[in-house]
Design a protein around this ligand. Structure first.
Ligand SMILES: N[C@@H](CCC(=O)N[C@@H](CS)C(=O)NCC(=O)O)C(=O)O
Length: 263
């Protein structure tokens, strides 16, 4: 039996990425893989039900998860994925060779990952979970028919579980926003102090990639999974946040980064 070009390509692909279309941490891993020009097999999961897969594959709850079948490596933290990709494909580097610059990159990346990332997302979901129907429509992007059906059935349970587990409510929203914006201010200060082109040093690093990916949903960058969001089905609070973020130097910078550095 002959082997077609598709089958050949699958057999040569040694990396698999488990991810969610609208997840900004997943975007961080996708951006890194594309930046390194690495081919990978994409496993797009169904939101909520993704845990069944991530627990089985990586013993963890969140996406992204990267598997390198060649070395039997399983990674379930986006930062570990970036470091790993730098090891297996050093060029172009994401972490500088200079030790001082590298530790600054790690520090800024951590600020984005733990400050901006989860708080901005929690703020968005405080509002998005008010309307499970609109959220389901948003989450359906990129999914096949079966996955959409599963989402349709499970959405009410997932929506209320998310609200309970992540303390998402209209009352908790302002605190998440304040925490997100304090990291945003700090990042913007660092960008300005470094000359306005890159967050650390004088070239693109993991810090810039992380900021670009995690700011993606909040600037609605053209070409990103968040570009096509319908303003009619978006809570006004999120439209206001997007307007505020994109009016600021860091938001403008993120939009430029998507144009100049996102393959
Ligand atoms: N520290 C993790 C955070 C990943 C994360 O929070 N992923 C979110 C999507 S953006 C997720 O999987 N949420 C679903 C869940 O918590 O069950 C990383 O850097 O990879």
């Amino acid at each position: 039996m002959g082997v077609g070009p598709t089958a050949l390509r699958w057999r040569m692909t040694l990396l698999t990425l488990y991810h969610l279309a609208v997840s900004h941490f997943s975007e961080k891993a996708r951006w890194a893989l594309d930046h390194k020009n690495l081919e990978y097999r994409s496993r797009l999961l169904t939101p909520g039900l993704h845990v069944l897969t991530t627990r089985r594959v990586a013993g963890s709850r969140t996406v992204p998860v990267l598997v390198d079948h060649d070395t039997d490596t399983v990674l379930s933290e986006s930062t570990d994925i970036l470091h790993y990709l730098d090891r297996i494909r050093p060029d172009p580097p994401l972490f500088p060779l200079d030790a001082d610059l590298a530790s600054e990159v790690v520090e800024v990346e951590d600020l984005i990952d733990t400050g901006w990332g989860p708080n901005a997302s929690a703020y968005a979901y405080c509002h998005l979970t008010q309307s499970p129907r609109d959220l389901r429509r948003r989450w359906s992007a990129g999914l096949g028919l079966t996955q959409r059906g599963l989402l349709w059935v499970t959405m009410p349970i997932i929506n209320s579980a998310m609200r309970r587990l992540r303390r998402l409510s209209l009352a908790s929203a302002p605190e998440f926003l304040a925490d997100a914006m304090s990291s945003f201010d700090e990042l913007e200060g660092r960008l300005g102090a470094n000359g306005g082109e890159y967050l650390v040093g004088d070239r693109f690093t993991a810090a810039d990639l992380t900021a670009g990916a995690l700011l993606g949903p909040f600037v609605g960058a053209p070409g990103s999974p968040w570009a096509e969001v319908d303003p009619e089905q978006t809570p006004p609070e999120l439209l206001t946040m997007k307007a505020n973020v994109t009016a600021r130097p860091l938001g403008q910078w993120a939009l430029r980064l998507w144009q100049s550095h996102r393959r």
